[in-house]
Design a protein around this ligand. Structure first.
Ligand SMILES: Nc1ncnc2c1ncn2[C@@H]1O[C@H](COP(=O)(O)OP(=O)(O)OP(=O)(O)O)[C@@H](O)[C@H]1O
Length: 663
């Protein structure tokens, strides 16, 4: 066989080998950070900025107020502005935060926050610059006495460094008063006057859509999990939504903790030993980890057969391995859990009730638990029932909705406009209306509109509707990768039939239910960098299951009680229908006074169907005093279905919202 010719050699290959800057890497692999298509890019940009704003406000102890504005600039391009009333950012930090990847305050600490990596907002800025050529614009003000700083920044991807375009590379200070306002306007940015805060404006290639995975959905779910925030949102079609806070208290301050020895892998242990001060092994364990007392440190050294006075920089690899094994075999108390700030049952109920129309709400916050040395808390909220949003619509509103939608078919219009309405229900409505499946919503004739309106009123959409799951990690909604997430997997493997919902094996249960699951931790184990799904650690799954069972049991009790009341009402109706005739016939036979007999029979019928009269208060307790009282505990809320607002995916404009509140 002829020898194969060498195509290259080590010297030639060396010429092509060079360092890759992190920004070059992520600019090529932007899908890893959630910029895989224009629709997701818009969501990721808003999400990164809003999450940062909320983190900054909470860290500074300020009740957050956020403004989000999406404006189309040219076909396929949008300008996104996000402002907060947070602490602001020091002038010298602004370029690094917005113009350098992997720069942030959260990566090196173990503390519950929305951001972790130090990539988010600079990656959004980089995407904007690459797709539109427009720089990121930042206005930030740290105090009422100081001028606001204004920067126009572009990331230098080759060097992963910011390039400041305005003020001869120094940014500019915005003068106070009228002059400042004019300056801001001239530069195409907005600034809602505030004593302190930050506004970031990014122009990017994007696609604005409503419905699943949209910015609208992200902001709505953010309002549910963060009842302490006020959010003003103007969407790309100029509709304004205002989510006003339902809680006036900030969540308690998240505490920073040191890593727990059980959560540290061998490589990390070796790096910590190498990078730390040259202390004794015993001191190293006591000061760098949580829950290591002098006695535990001594025990670790004894088990590993390493002197507790050995200098950490002198340890050899086999000794480090022995120390690692000693950690695994030593009993160390679990990490402190007071560093986790759950939302709390009361606020989950309030948040859900504020945003999701339903008639029964239940919530459960589990006690803290630990996975791989990291403390975490699971919380579950459930909203059941309510009038279907399709049935709440008036003919006039339907006309408006049909005119404003950008969907192409009636079926799509129904799914996108009415939250929680599944494809099944949409199909049934279209079938009932007799319209053709491909008909365009905006072009329906008055007769066809009427048919659609009647079908919406008549079809019972709750039938066949699937449970809608809202997943959250550290109060941030997770909108993609539902099937890969430990939350969904645990919901489908839980038996909901015992709680009154129908469910096929291995599938989501059916019914008008919105379920929220929140995982709070100092380190959330995501399945990938884009932070979309939670990894299935058995400890986490167990806690999710217990939380689901807790709200499930309450739902089951509520549904059984309601079912019983309904059966008795039906029974009473049957009695009532015939009692008059019975009284007449009996009085013919025994000459009894017919009216008196009828009244007596009514009393007996009412007594026998007393369950039909059971009224519950908003905590699920029977109002009548009865020893068989339905005690659902404190963490439930029951609402009269007649008072529901429709969950219509549209637009409450500010003036309308004001009218509603005053009504
Ligand atoms: N609106 C803001 N107000 C105050 N500080 C901010 C604001 N936005 C960002 N920061 C600071 O800038 C840093 C970098 O933000 P960036 O979004 O790049 O990363 P992160 O939030 O730390 O992590 P992740 O990449 O996981 O989102 C933050 O850690 C925070 O210290």
């Amino acid at each position: 066989m002829a020898p194969t010719s060498r195509r290259s050699d080590a010297t030639k290959m060396a010429a092509a080998q060079k360092e890759i800057s992190v920004s070059e890497f992520f600019s090529k692999n932007r899908h890893l950070l959630g910029f895989d298509n224009p629709r997701k890019a818009l969501l990721t940009t808003v999400k990164e900025a809003v999450d940062n704003s909320l983190d900054a406000c909470e860290e500074a102890g300020i009740l957050p107020e956020i403004w989000v504005h999406i404006e189309p600039t040219s076909p396929g391009k949008y300008k996104v502005g996000i402002q907060d009333n947070g602490p602001g950012i020091l002038k010298k930090q602004i370029p690094l935060i917005f113009g350098k990847l992997l720069y942030g305050s959260k990566f090196h600490r173990l503390r519950q926050s929305r951001g972790q990596q130090g990539i988010g907002i600079s990656a959004a800025g980089m995407y904007g610059v690459q797709t539109t050529g427009k720089p990121v614009k930042i206005v930030s003000k740290v105090s009422v006495r100081k001028p606001a700083h204004y920067y126009e920044i572009q990331i230098d991807t080759k060097r992963n460094l910011p390039k400041i375009l305005n003020g001869k590379g120094d940014g500019v200070d915005i003068p106070p008063g009228e002059k400042g306002v004019k300056y801001i306007e001239q530069h195409g940015i907005e600034w809602v006057p505030q004593d302190h805060g930050t506004r970031v404006t990014i122009e990017l290639e994007a696609k604005y859509v409503r419905g699943r995975g949209s910015v609208d959905e992200y902001l709505e779910q953010t309002a549910i999990a963060n009842p302490h925030i006020t959010l003003h949102y103007i969407d790309a079609e100029d509709y304004q939504y205002d989510y006003l806070r339902s809680a006036e208290q900030l969540p308690p301050e998240a505490k920073e903790i040191k890593p727990h020895p059980y959560g540290v892998e061998i490589g990390r242990l070796a790096t910590m030993l190498e990078e730390g001060d040259a202390s004794s092994v015993s001191e190293f364990f006591r000061t760098k980890f949580s829950r290591v007392t002098p006695a535990i440190a001594k025990k670790l050294c004894e088990t590993a057969k390493v002197s507790s006075r050995t200098n950490t920089h002198k340890l050899e690899r086999p000794q480090i391995e022995k120390l690692y094994d000693a950690i695994q075999s030593t009993r160390i108390s679990p990490p402190a859990t007071d560093c986790i700030c759950p939302i709390g049952e009361d606020l989950i109920l309030r948040g859900l009730h504020h945003v999701v129309p339903a008639e029964f709400y239940a919530a459960a916050t589990r006690p803290p638990a630990v996975y791989r040395g990291n403390p975490f808390v699971v919380e579950v909220g459930l909203a059941y029932g309510g009038t279907a949003p399709t049935q709440n619509v008036t003919a006039d509103l339907l006309l408006e909705l049909l005119e404003e939608t950008d969907t192409r078919t009636v079926r799509q219009f129904l799914i996108n406009t009415f939250n929680g309405l599944g494809a099944d229900a949409a199909d049934r409505i279209v079938k009932e209306s007799g319209l053709k499946t491909r008909q365009t919503p905006g072009k329906l004739k008055p007769k066809e509109r009427e048919k659609l309106f009647h079908a919406m009123k008549n079809v019972n959409v709750a039938e066949g509707q699937q449970m809608d799951i809202l997943r959250f990690a550290n109060r941030v909604p997770l909108q993609f990768q539902q099937a890969a997430c430990a939350v969904t997997q645990t919901v489908t493997s839980t038996n909901w039939r015992g709680y009154g919902l129908s469910q096929s094996r291995g599938a989501l249960p059916k019914g008008p239910v919105r379920l929220m699951v929140h995982i709070a931790s100092v380190w959330v184990p995501f399945t990938s960098e884009s932070k979309e799904a939670i990894a299935a650690y058995p400890e986490i799954q167990k806690e999710i299951r217990l939380g689901l069972q807790s709200v499930g049991r309450k739902l089951g009790m509520f549904l059984r009680r309601r079912q019983k009341a309904k059966q008795q009402t039906d029974r009473r109706e049957v009695f009532m229908r015939y009692l008059k005739e019975v009284a007449g016939a009996v009085s013919v036979i025994n000459a009894a006074e017919q009216r008196e007999l009828y009244d007596q029979l009514i009393t007996v019928a009412k007594k026998h169907t007393a369950d039909a009269d059971v009224k519950m208060d908003d905590r699920g307790k029977k109002i009548v005093d009865d020893p068989t009282q339905l005690d659902l505990g404190e963490n439930v809320l029951i609402v009269d279905p007649a008072h529901h607002q429709a969950a219509i995916n549209r637009v409450i404009t500010a003036p309308e919202a004001a009218e509603e509140t005053s009504a």
